[in-house]
Design a binder for this molecule. Structure first.
Ligand SMILES: [Zn+2]
Length: 102
């Protein structure tokens, strides 16, 4: 067998890299919205900007969890969040089961 077993969790540097990438893309979206806000629908723009700011807060919280070693563990049930989920949503707080219950 030449395949390497996948880690059940993202490594801290990998998690940080993904979170930094997420932040960059949100900040780009945010500045595009703010630049277009004068022309576009103001209410829609501010709703979008608020949603992006919430994600940025989640990204910062996820970075804190990387720092304290709790990243990748569901904050409700404590089980590991599958790496496939973290690849899609690197700032996920909960496993899929708990997310659906919330
Ligand atoms: Zn859970």
């Amino acid at each position: 067998m030449t395949t390497v077993a996948r880690s059940p969790n993202l490594t801290a540097p990998e998690a940080r890299r993904r979170l930094a990438h997420e932040r960059d893309s949100r900040l780009t979206q945010l500045s595009a919205i703010e630049a277009g806000a004068a022309l576009a629908d103001k209410e829609l723009s501010s709703a979008q900007a608020a949603a992006i700011r919430r994600v940025l807060t989640e990204i910062s919280a996820a970075e804190d969890r990387v720092a304290d070693g709790t990243y990748g563990a569901c904050q409700r049930c404590g089980s590991g969040i599958p790496v496939e989920r973290l690849e899609i949503l690197p700032y996920a707080r909960y496993c899929v089961g708990c997310q659906q219950k919330s």
